[in-house]
Design a binder for this molecule. Structure first.
Ligand code: ARG
Length: 600
């Protein structure tokens, strides 16, 4: 297979070479690298180049003059190149608009040839690919996962998949809150109330114990323990002592702690299974033995200082310090995070470290990253990123709550989406008099649609903004929804199914058709897949990919409206377009964690 150059780069290279040829009398050091952007409107062609404006200053000429000379050079260069290499011309048309904008339209034979040899994943390979750690989901033990954890789980999982697709070796890490003062409270409370002998807690007769009920009990106890902790000083002291005992390895307390974690874990894994999330649990407790050595190391490096009894890192750019040890001697969230970061860099070999949490934790991560840099734990080679996100809002535009005014549980929210999609499928079946589905098939299809709808509604919004959660909107067939994408994929696959006796590998040998306007737009959209991936990878913003998939699906539907495939003289050439659409749609949906269905 030939080396795969992505479309935009190939056009850019040609434009750059033409520029250098046209202005060869200028000192070549003076010719900067030019830039291209995708055309914002189809009547502007396929790509736009605005670099004549900046070149005007360098060459001390009028930008329009430069653009005209440059575009002539592009045409000439392209013709010569085509002649010498016996390849087709790249440009169909180059126009100069306004003060010096260059609008480029690519030729159909070039686009078709490019699509014929496209290897989608290979084209998206990241030359910087190495090891990455994505820290996401990260709920807390003895508390239920709520809607706030939804975004972290969904966004983090898609970033893990995205980087994996681009050739990174990626670890998805669940930094579960399984350590700290709250366990002292909880364990002390449980022991003092004599509950440490209860079946649901000990897990005896395991099968008969309802894990959801066990978690419910645990959360109730946690709430009561909190009350005692704040209202009863003596209790608070005992709870703090329990933390120390637990940390120094008291076996009885340790067993109880493990059991508490286990109860929560059962519940979390149910959700991960439903969402098809692959994440490895490495909770806060995992780094426990690394806390003291890391703190000592930071002291030895002269970065940490005692202030009001607490050990802190003061950084010039920040008003507040990063706190390594509280005045009571205890370690905290900050301590664990710096130790974990060091572990990820030194032992896991991470070059890119990504943390997905709500935007409210931005300052914490800014401080963490600055501390790691000041300590020399990371170098220029490392990329540290906090991927923040906004709130999920209810219909009323306020923070999403249940009707009773409580924080919505994640599991209830997903179950509701699945229930609604089941209803929708059944209604649709009777309206188009489809055969009734088997119960298990119906359940699986409803799960796929419901879960994908929830995920896509989240991912298709700019993660930094709040978004309104609406079942009606996310389960609609029209608009930018998972269902619309599924529907487009089902349609494409059914076209291919109708081409009897024609396997996918056979269709792959056909030269793609690229003549009708809607064919050209579809080919162009397909070839821009690597550009969408690169943009999403650089910004860690999955809505970029969602936007791309939506546009691709729209382009495909226009093609479907305008171009007959089955039985047409261009059947094979068009089938190739459909097949490539299927491949790209499927790759994109997989990255976003969507699970398409075979029919709608
Ligand atoms: N457990 C934390 C929370 O619920 C999120 C942890 C995020 N990851 C990290 N390394 N701090 O807010």
């Amino acid at each position: 297979m030939q080396k795969q150059i992505i479309l935009k780069e190939e056009v850019l290279l040609r434009a750059q070479s033409a520029l250098e040829a046209a202005f060869s009398d200028a000192d070549s050091d003076d010719i900067p690298r030019v830039e291209l952007t995708q055309a914002t409107k189809s009547h502007f062609g396929h790509y736009q180049c605005n670099s004549a404006m900046s070149l005007a200053k360098i060459f001390k000429k009028n930008p329009r003059e430069i653009a005209l000379a440059w575009s002539d050079a592009m045409i000439l260069y392209d013709q010569n190149h085509a002649q010498t290499t016996k390849a087709c011309k790249m440009f169909e048309k180059i126009e100069v608009a306004g003060p010096g904008f260059i609008n480029i339209t690519l030729s159909s034979p070039f686009l078709s040839a490019k699509l014929k040899e496209a290897a989608w994943q290979q084209m998206c390979f990241d030359v910087h690919a190495s090891t990455a750690v994505v820290d996401y989901s990260s709920p807390n033990i003895a508390k239920q996962m709520h809607v706030g954890h939804l975004r972290s789980t969904i966004i983090g999982e898609s970033l893990r998949r995205l980087l994996t697709y681009c050739g990174w070796s990626v670890k998805g890490v669940n930094h579960v809150g399984d350590w700290g003062t709250q366990f002292g409270m909880l364990i002390t409370y449980i022991c003092e109330e004599g509950l440490d002998t209860e079946d649901w807690l000990l897990g005896s007769g395991k099968d008969s114990i309802d894990s959801a009920l066990a978690l419910e009990n645990l959360m109730q106890l946690y709430r009561s323990a909190r009350v005692s902790f704040t209202e009863d000083n003596a209790f608070a002291l005992r709870a703090k002592k329990a933390v120390v005992d637990l940390q120094s390895g008291n076996t009885v307390l340790r067993a109880l702690w493990e059991r508490i974690c286990e109860i929560s874990r059962v519940d979390f894994s149910k959700i991960y299974k439903m969402l098809q999330v692959e994440i490895e649990e490495k909770g806060e407790s995992f780094y426990q033995s690394m806390l003291a050595p890391t703190v000592k190391d930071l002291e030895e490096r002269g970065i940490a200082k005692i202030s009001d009894g607490a050990l802190c890192v003061f950084l010039p750019e920040f008003k507040i310090p990063y706190m390594l040890r509280k005045s009571d001697g205890g370690y905290n969230y900050d301590t664990t995070d710096i130790a974990a970061l060091r572990y990820r860099v030194d032992h896991e070999g991470a070059k890119r470290l990504i943390y997905v949490t709500d935007a409210g934790q931005k300052l914490h991560f800014d401080l963490l990253f600055a501390t790691a840099k000041a300590a020399g734990y990371v170098t220029e080679q490392h990329r540290l990123e906090h991927v923040g996100f906004g709130l999920v809002l209810g219909k009323d535009g306020k923070k999403f709550k249940t009707r009773e005014g409580e924080t919505e549980k994640l599991i209830d929210l997903i179950s509701e989406a699945v229930l609604r999609s089941k209803k929708m499928i059944v209604e649709r079946q009777s309206s188009v008099s489809q055969n009734e589905l088997e119960n298990s098939e119906l359940a699986e299809r409803a799960r796929r649609i419901g879960v994908s709808a929830v995920k896509y509604a989240d991912l298709s919004n700019d993660r930094m903004s709040d978004y309104q959660f609406s079942y009606d909107k996310m389960l609609a067939f029209e608009g930018n929804t998972a269902i619309f994408l599924f529907y487009s994929l089902v349609r494409a696959k059914s076209i291919l199914r109708k081409l009897k006796n024609c396997s996918y590998s056979e269709i792959e040998t056909f030269a793609p058709s690229c003549e009708q306007p809607s064919e050209i737009q579809l080919v162009l959209a397909l070839l821009q897949w690597p550009e969408a991936i690169a943009l999403t990878r650089d910004t860690l913003a999955p809505h970029r990919l969602a936007e791309y998939l939506y546009q691709l699906a729209c382009n495909f539907n226009h093609f479907f409206r305008d171009c007959k495939v089955h039985g047409d003289a261009k059947e094979s050439a068009r089938a190739r377009l459909v097949l490539e659409t299927v491949k790209v749609l499927e790759a994109g949906m997989h990255i976003l964690g969507l699970e398409p269905v075979e029919s709608m």
